[in-house]
Design a protein. Structure first.
Length: 796
């Protein structure tokens, strides 16, 4: 069926999303809605797609704001492609169970870190025997590549059985046919292993959706009854099977509005197939609308892109072509050049602070963008700007959980509570634990508000270097008195003081920690000959920690059975109290001889030593939530596996401490990172300088008056600062079938660089600073593609 749909094409910031929302408002026709409501109590809703979860929330908010005054409302379901596939597979799981003859059980989604660990265990025989080996590739990277290949095949609509053939023809010089065949067999085994146990990964979800669910007549009937309109923003970042879904809806009379960014394709190489999605605009009945620069919305007065378009075309040249006019760069493009990178980071921060002090630009109107940001560079930039009284907003800053001292202390605590984990504990970890868990909340006024704000901001990454930190808990309005619990006292602050400072923690560790592979323990404080020199506060804090640990160990030691054994005995495999991931659960009580789960132990520790968590800085609270969600998910998967082994006649006799040790090692390897959601969704917008990588900035669709491009002479600009998944070009629908060569890679990199420059130049309105150091961190000379720009710009 041919329906009248709209295909909106344009560059960045040309008003595509605004036009999409306007078309949605026009579709709310009263006669259409009233007719449907009169016939059926159930009114189909609108299916709205966005490429990422952050932009999904933004798009949903924009639709809500623009349509709140419209009296004709409808149900709006905003989602991402992968989020929609996962929801549909879970919702129609009974249909898939019947079609694939699977065991009836509720599906459990495997998080990426659990997926990696489970796949490694499943393929352990081949890894240990040397059959699965790739020269120059570590075991961790090899397993990750195989799982990524499965996901790329799934989102592109390629059967897993064809993966070995694609690799053999496309990557002839990077592996052997025997290796590709083995990888294909192992991936099939992995998929079957997941389906038999009810585990869902992104790769399994995507394959189940396009291969078995999308073409099912029963599912299509339900799909059409739920949605009668379709909106999709930035489809250039969608996977191939998203077009298959759109065509099913369009063929059955569902009108759609789509936007396509000519400068986008941010996720190309990460599962997106922009060229295949672009073919959707050539369908019959699709009206195409081409937008020019800023044709509808005018969020910024101008853009640097028109004046620098000739420079973008010549970006691949190492020398400036004679037909380029350097005057095009005057008063628009400047450069900051140094010899070393550490000097560059410092001078870049000083240049940003100087611009802000002139009053011509505010901190929130400046973006610092880099092709890649290592931890040292990020820390140096943030500290340098903070020392200059310039706030910084790190965009989507995801750090390893094990990098946070609070999380490391909780992991060390688990190793002390459960027996058999003594080898996972060292003296430095014990000293850190004593300091972190000895914090005490004190309500007072800071002696110097300006100094307090400058010194603290948030708890340092290594709090052993600082005994206290301040946090303002007052709202910005002066009309609201005090913090909760201190009514009528304005200007009060929470001061978290560590009762055991680093020096005392080191002394206690040296004299009171008894290492042991089976049962490490903290001895009484009197084991330290001069314990009287510790002071009352440190002594009491240490005794509280020791007493709490011994109480938890007694509960585990005196229990007649573990909660996992109790779950197997009851035949359910699920214990609700063990799956709680909230931060304030009910305290543990005697459960008839059942030992507390690690989740209970962690919850008790958080309540005892880290309360109140609501007063923690936002990034620490986010990390704590992610940590508890990861722990709950880890033991939920373990319970499922143990229960299945018991039902299959096997044994589930692995001690609890083995699973606890595996969890500790998983986090210490740095596999899990902290996702800022939902803290970032409810917090106030930042007023600082935006710090982001190219990929993060383009994905967030931001725009600023001033741009500072860090490492402008780096070759990393060719890759856009984003890691392309191994073998991703082979899974594009337009792949020719011939081997992927170095020339193909270079051409793809040049096309990517052109899109990056056009996109970023569309998002800066006033000035561009190119920050370049002659030498990289490794001491090599930087000769990237933007070096000609750096040499032509005016140096400041």
């Amino acid at each position: 069926m041919v329906v009248n749909s709209l295909w909106i094409v344009g560059p960045s910031l040309s008003g595509k999303t605004t036009l999409l929302i306007q078309q949605f408002q026009k579709s709310l026709q009263p006669e259409r809605d009233s007719a449907k409501v009169g016939k059926n109590l159930w009114h189909p809703g609108v299916l709205v797609f966005a490429p990422t979860s952050d932009r999904r929330r933004q798009l949903a908010d924009q639709i809500s704001v623009h349509s709140k005054h419209n009296k004709h409302q409808c149900l709006v379901n905003a989602t991402t492609p992968l989020g929609f596939f996962q929801h549909e597979v879970t919702l129609f799981w009974p249909l898939l169970v019947s079609r694939l003859n699977l065991k009836p059980q509720f599906p459990v989604r495997l998080r990426p870190e659990t997926e990696q660990e489970s796949a490694t265990r499943l393929w352990r025989p081949e890894l240990d025997s040397g059959q699965l080996r790739w020269s120059g590739v570590s075991e961790y990277r090899l397993v990750r590549r195989m799982l990524d290949l499965m996901q790329l095949a799934a989102v592109s609509g390629t059967p897993i059985e064809e993966i070995p053939h694609l690799l053999e023809y496309g990557l002839m010089d990077q592996g052997s046919p025997e290796l590709w065949d083995l990888m294909g067999k192992l991936l099939l085994r992995w998929r079957q292993w997941c389906l038999e146990r009810g585990f869902l990964t992104y790769g399994v979800v995507a394959e189940l959706y396009w291969r078995y669910l999308l073409d099912d007549p029963v599912y299509q009937t339900h799909l059409l009854s739920r949605f009668d309109r379709l909106l999709a923003d930035d489809v250039d970042e969608y996977p191939s099977i998203a077009r298959d879904l759109f065509e099913v809806l369009l063929d059955r009379g569902v009108p759609g509005v789509f936007t396509y960014n000519l400068d986008g394709q941010v996720r190309l190489g990460l599962g997106a197939d922009s060229e295949y999605l672009a073919g959707l605009g050539d369908r019959p009945g699709m009206t195409q609308v081409m937008l020019k620069d800023r044709s509808i919305s005018q969020p910024l007065p101008k853009s640097l892109r028109p004046s620098l378009k000739n420079w973008v075309l010549a970006v691949t040249s190492r020398d400036i072509p004679p037909w380029l006019d350097r005057r095009e760069l005057e008063n628009q493009v400047f450069s900051v050049q140094t010899a070393s990178r550490i000097e560059l980071l410092r001078e870049t921060a000083e240049a940003i602070a100087a611009e802000i002090k002139t009053g011509t630009v505010a901190a929130e109107d400046i973006a610092l963008i880099a092709p890649g940001l290592d931890e040292i560079a990020r820390y140096t930039i943030v500290q340098s700007l903070n020392n200059l009284d310039v706030p910084v907003n790190s965009l989507n800053d995801q750090r390893r959980l094990a990098n946070l001292s609070m999380i490391r202390a909780l992991l060390t605590l688990l190793a002390l509570v459960y027996p058999g984990l003594g080898r996972l504990v060292d003296r430095d970890a014990i000293a850190e634990l004593l300091t972190i868990l000895s914090q005490q909340e004190i309500v007072s006024r800071p002696p110097s508000p300006v100094g307090a704000f400058r010194e603290v901001g948030a708890l340092r990454e290594t709090p052993l270097q600082d005994e206290t930190f301040w946090q303002d808990t007052l709202p910005k309005s002066k009309n609201i008195p005090g913090i909760p619990g201190i009514p009528g006292i304005p200007g009060t602050f929470l001061r978290f003081e560590y009762r055991i400072d680093p020096v005392r923690a080191g002394l206690l560790t040296d004299y009171c920690y008894a290492p042991d592979p089976i049962s490490p323990k903290l001895l009484p404080v009197t084991s330290f000959p001069r314990w009287d020199r510790l002071g009352y506060r440190a002594t009491m804090a240490y005794q509280e920690i020791v007493t709490w640990i011994e109480q938890q160990r007694d509960c585990i030691r005196n229990a007649t059975r573990s909660p996992l054994q109790e779950a197997d005995r009851e035949g359910t495999g699920e214990i609700a109290s063990a799956t709680r991931s909230d931060l304030a659960p009910q305290p543990y009580r005697d459960r008839g001889g059942i030992a507390p789960t690690p989740i209970h132990v962690l919850n008790e520790a958080i309540q005892k030593f880290l309360s109140p968590v609501n007063h923690l800085p936002g990034d620490r609270l986010s990390a704590l939530r992610e940590f508890m969600e990861t722990a709950s998910h880890y033991w939920e998967v373990d319970r499922r596996l143990r229960r299945l082994r018991v039902q299959e006649g096997g044994t589930a006799n692995a001690p609890d401490y083995v699973i606890v040790g595996q969890f500790i090692q998983l986090l210490r390897q740095g596999t899990v990172t902290a996702n800022p959601f939902p803290v970032s969704a409810i917090s106030a917008p930042s007023r600082g300088v935006t710090l982001a990588t190219i990929f993060q900035y383009r994905s967030a669709k931001l725009s600023h008056r001033y741009h500072f491009w860090l490492d402008a002479g780096s070759p990393l600009w060719l890759s856009g600062g984003a890691a392309t998944l191994f073998g991703s070009p082979l899974f594009l629908r337009q792949w020719s079938g011939r081997p992927w060569t170095v020339a193909d890679e270079e051409q793809a990199a040049e096309e990517r660089l052109e899109r990056i420059l056009n996109d970023l130049l569309s998002r800066v309105s006033d000035r561009l600073y190119l920050c370049h150091s002659q030498l990289s961190t490794s001491g090599q000379e930087q000769t990237g593609p933007l070096l000609s720009w750096v040499n032509a710009a005016i140096e400041v």
